[in-house]
Design a protein around this ligand. Sequence first.
Ligand code: NAG
Ligand code: NAG
Length: 336
Amino acid sequence: MRSALCYTFFVFVLLYTTTRVTANPLSDQAIKRINSKQKTWTAGRNFPAQTSMTYIHNLAGTLKDDTQRNLQILKHRIDLIDNLPNSFDPRDKWLKCMSLNEIRDQGACSSCWALGAVAAMTDRYCIFSEEKKQFHFSAEDLISCCETCGLGCVKGLHIAAWIYWTRLGLVSGGNYNSSQGCKPYNIPPGENYVTEELSPLGRIVDISQCLTFCDPSYNVAYRDDKRYGERVYLIERNENQIKIELFCNGPVEGVMEVYSDFLNYKHGVYNYTEGESIGHHGVKIMGWGEEHGHKYWLVANSWGKDWGDEGFFKILRGVNHCGVEESIVAGEPIIV
Ligand SMILES: *[C@@H]1O[C@H](CO)[C@@H](O)[C@H](O)[C@H]1NC(C)=O
Ligand SMILES: *[C@@H]1O[C@H](CO)[C@@H](O)[C@H](O)[C@H]1NC(C)=O
């Protein structure tokens, strides 16, 4: 009787400790476990182990957008495939477009849907101007002014962001503390805010706070600073169609499902290993390649330069891994 009781207690303790270990996806154990299971990528520490789950859930704040299915789906001429290289990094093709090297940082704001969009728009402005012009699109303007995009810092719709660009345009704006452009980003980088108390929904940006004037240091009227998209389209869920679009027109915005192991990504080609879904995440897909026989997409994240591979990551290509190939949006800017 006594030994049965002991046994029950022992099982209980064992269960309790194992569930506790798996519960924190940022623990050293989780990182070790991923590295023992995974051959294509390496995990490491990106966030302090005690980072709150509220903050983590804010990192993936794109709403699954099924409302824009009537948008045109662009189909490229399929014969273009023959001219595509085995690997492609836009930083080697459009050398003067400096934004291709940039990594944005959303901070404690669920604005990945907006940052992925303005990052790709910024690259495209340079690419479509034949590398003659740079215009750094403001995430702040999009987050605080787009009423049809969702809830600002509390998740948003990535396709709606691109449509807003064609209808109402966006002004310029640098990163946090940059004092550049009309409306620089207002939220400090993540690490500084890790310990701050957030409401369960994160920081709510009041849409009525949409400022229609520029920073005093920037000597242009808000209306005059607006730049517009000419047209917006979806890309067919097809590896070659995505490649042609990237190669001809530049980066696109996609949405992937983020699982907790991805938080610890450092190098290599990401392949889901373990953990629960954190949410949907807007990212800027830039190029492609192959590493040790594994085909990948090259992607820019918006979690700062300290995360991952200096802010970038690679993810399995051609298998719609984590849904990354299924809701890709892009567009053409009007160059002025
Ligand atoms: C932003 O700039 C202010 C004033 O220059 C400085 O005190 C602060 O540390 C900066 N914040 C970050 C996150 O760089
Ligand atoms: C991805 O990882 C799983 C195990 O988690 C493995 O079965 C699969 O073969 C891997 N895929 C690639 C392409 O390596």
